[in-house]
Design a protein around this ligand. Structure first.
Ligand SMILES: [Zn+2]
Ligand SMILES: [Zn+2]
Length: 158
């Protein structure tokens, strides 16, 4: 491959399961088809781009039911020998690419802060833990008595 020339690869990668908030999450499919573009830079080194879509499968962080959000990954790496740490890719060692590690790290970086079964998941009631998606918005509990009124009632007793 000569300078400036690019090449596309479409290998399949197994992305290792992740643990988020103490819960296990699987990445599907088991072999994720990825798009890998490799281009040789003028001078020396490589520019790499990795793109793929995969599903994160595990528990919804609000209601604990199954969640399987689709995650889109688009990551780039540059490796230029002698270019300093910033231009050295940790996934490329002597022309060998550690695609599995790169795919796992890029996937982890692309994850949302919260894994949800759906964007507007209502979660569980903090009082009785009923699933609010099913119980509906009118689900409520009687409030604990207001402490000010409690004091008044104490006064009445005296
Ligand atoms: Zn949910
Ligand atoms: Zn409740």
């Amino acid at each position: 491959m000569s300078a400036g020339e690019g090449r596309g690869f479409e290998p399949a990668v197994h992305v290792e399961p992740l643990t988020l908030g103490g819960e296990p999450y699987e990445v599907r499919p088991a072999a994720v088809p990825v798009k890998l573009d490799v281009s040789r830079m003028v001078g020396n080194g490589y520019a790499l781009r990795l793109r793929f879509d995969a599903t994160l499968a595990g528990a919804c962080m609000r209601c604990l039911k199954d969640a399987a959000p689709q995650i889109a990954v688009d990551a780039r790496e540059v490796d230029r020998p002698g270019g300093g740490e910033e231009l050295s890719s940790p996934y490329l060692q002597e022309e060998t690419l550690d695609l599995a590690s790169w795919a796992r790290d890029a996937f982890a970086l692309a994850l949302p802060a919260q894994v949800l079964c759906r964007e507007d998941c209502a979660g569980l009631c903090p009082v009785c833990a009923v699933d609010l998606n099913e119980a509906g918005p009118e689900h409520a509990h009687e409030r604990a008595p207001d402490p000010r009124w409690a004091k008044l009632s104490e006064l009445k007793l005296e």
